[in-house]
Design a binder for this molecule. Structure first.
Ligand code: ADP
Ligand code: MG
Length: 387
C-alpha cells in the first residue's frame, strides 16, 4: 500500500518535507524525507490519537530488523477502514520497541494499565472458585491463548520463508507431544475441502476472509504455511500462522471449565517444551506486556475463555442491551461463528474481555462468574418477554 508521493524540496542542502500538505519538517542534509502523513479513516481510533505528526516524522522511515516492518504497515487498518477502535498490529516483536512511542501509550490506554505495570501469569487451576451453574444451557467451553516464538516475525510482518520455517519447526515439535495431548498436524495447503469445511463447522478451524486480517497483511501467501494440529478427541488444538504464530486451544462439550483450563495449562507447557527442545527457542515474553501477540489487544495472557451458551431472554431484550451488560461484567459477546462470522439464533459466545492487567486465573474466574450472572438474569428476562 502506498500513500502517494511525498514532496521533498531541497534548499541549499536542507530538505523540507511537506507532510500531508500541512506541516513542514526541516531535515538535515542526507536524512531521508518523511513520508506524507496518511489519512486515517478511523478518526476516533487509538491510532488517530497516538500517531501524531511528530511521531510519524520520527518513526515513518524505520524498518524493523526481524521482518522489515514499518509504522505504515502497522496502522493500515486504521487508514483503510473507518470503524477501528484500536487499528494497529505489530509485524514482529521489534515493532513494539521500535514504535514504542506509539504502542506504549496506546497499550496503556486500551488495557487501562500504568506505564510501570508488569504482567504476571497464573495458570493454577486450583485457585478457581466454583463453576458454571449446571442448569445453564452451556454447549461447550473453549479457552485459547496465543503464543509466539523469538526469531520469527508476527503474522502481519512474517516473511514467507520465516512462516514456512516456523511451520516445519512446529510440525516436528508436535510429533513429540504424547498421551492425551498427542495428535497430528494438518496443513491447510492441500487439505480436502470437505474435511476443512467440517472442521470449520465444528468450531475447530479458523477461516480466511477477515477484512482486518487481510488489510493487516496476515493473509499473504494464504493458505501456505498455515494449518492445525489436534489430538484425536479434538480437545487440544493448535492453530499455526493465523492471526498469531500459534493459538493453543483447549475445548470440549459441556461446561467443565476447570478440565478445559487444566488441559490448556498442560498443553501450553508441552508445546513450549517441544519447541524449546527442537530449536532452543522460547515463547516471546515481555516483562511489561506478557506474551507477545500481533494485536496489542491480545497482549498479556492472550487468553480468551469462552462458552457457547443459549440466552433467549437476552436475545429478546436486544443485542445492545446484552453488549452493555457484558461490558459491565468485563465480558465480550460474539456470535458462534467466530469474531467475524456474525450472530444467529439465541446462542452466544461469551468470553472474558480483558487480556492484560489480570492473570489467567482471574480472567477465567471473571468468565465463570459473569456467565452465571447472565444466566440468572436471562431467566428473569424470559419471564419479562413471556418466553
Ligand atoms: P479466537 O478468539 O480464537 O480468534 P474466534 O472468535 O475467531 O476466536 O472463533 C474461533 C472459533 O472458535 C469459532 O469457530 C468459534 O465458534 C469457536 N469457539 C469459540 N468459543 C467456543 C466455545 N466456547 N465452544 C465452541 N466453539 C467455540
Ligand atoms: Mg480470531
Amino acid at each position: 500500500m502506498t500513500f502517494g508521493k511525498y514532496t521533498k524540496l531541497v534548499y541549499g542542502g536542507i530538505a523540507a518535507a511537506s507532510i500531508g500538505g500541512v506541516a513542514v519538517l526541516v531535515l538535515k542534509d542526507n536524512s531521508p524525507a518523511v513520508k506524507p502523513f496518511p489519512t486515517i479513516q478511523s478518526k476516533h481510533s487509538l491510532v488517530a490519537k497516538h500517531v501524531t505528526m511528530d511521531k510519524w516524522a520520527k518513526l515513518s522511515n524505520i524498518e524493523t530488523k526481524t521482518s522489515g516492518f514499518t509504522l505504515e504497515k502497522a496502522m493500515a487498518c486504521a487508514v483503510q477502514f473507518d470503524n477501528q477502535h484500536c487499528g494497529i498490529y505489530a509485524g514482529d516483536g521489534d515493532s513494539y520497541t521500535d514504535f514504542a512511542a506509539v504502542f506504549d501509550p496506546l497499550i496503556q490506554e486500551y488495557h487501562g494499565i500504568s506505564a510501570e505495570a508488569v504482567h504476571t501469569s497464573d495458570m493454577d487451576v486450583s485457585k478457581i472458585k466454583g463453576t458454571i451453574n449446571p442448569d445453564a444451557p452451556v454447549h461447550s467451553v473453549r479457552i485459547r491463548v496465543g503464543r509466539s516464538f523469538n526469531g520469527f516475525g508476527l503474522s502481519p510482518g512474517i516473511t514467507r520463508e520465516q512462516r514456512l520455517d516456523l511451520e516445519s519447526l512446529l510440525g516436528n515439535a508436535f510429533k513429540t507431544l504424547s498421551g492425551d495431548l498427542g495428535g497430528d498436524y494438518y496443513p491447510l495447503l492441500g487439505m480436502n475441502e470437505a474435511v476443512r469445511q467440517q472442521l470449520v463447522d465444528d468450531h475447530f478451524l479458523f477461516v480466511s476472509g477477515d477484512r482486518n486480517l487481510i488489510v493487516a497483511g496476515m493473509e499473504r501467501d494464504w493458505p501456505e504455511g498455515r494449518g492445525i494440529f489436534h489430538n484425536k478427541e479434538k480437545t487440544f488444538l493448535v492453530w499455526v500462522n493465523e492471526e498469531d504464530q500459534t493459538r493453543i486451544i483447549s475445548m470440549q462439550k459441556g461446561g467443565d471449565v476447570r478440565e478445559v483450563f487444566s488441559r490448556l495449562a498442560r498443553g501450553i507447557e508441552a508445546v513450549g517444551k517441544s519447541v524449546k527442545d527442537a530449536s532452543g527457542k522460547d515463547f516471546m515474553l515481555d516483562p511489561k506486556y506478557g506474551y507477545i501477540h500481533s494485536c496489542p489487544t491480545n497482549l498479556g495472557t492472550g487468553m480468551r475463555a469462552s462458552v457457547h451458551v443459549d440466552l433467549p431472554g437476552w436475545t429478546a431484550e436486544g443485542a445492545t442491551a446484552l453488549q452493555d451488560r457484558c461490558e459491565e461484567l468485563k465480558l465480550q459477546p460474539r456470535g458462534t461463528r467466530g469474531e467475524s462470522g456474525g450472530q444467529t439464533g439465541i446462542t452466544y459466545d461469551i468470553s472474558n474481555k480483558h487480556r492484560l492487567g489480570y492473570s489467567e486465573v482471574e480472567l477465567v474466574q471473571c468468565m465463570i462468574d459473569g456467565v452465571n450472572t447472565l444466566y440468572s438474569e436471562d431467566l428473569a428476562l424470559k419471564k419479562k418477554h413471556g418466553l
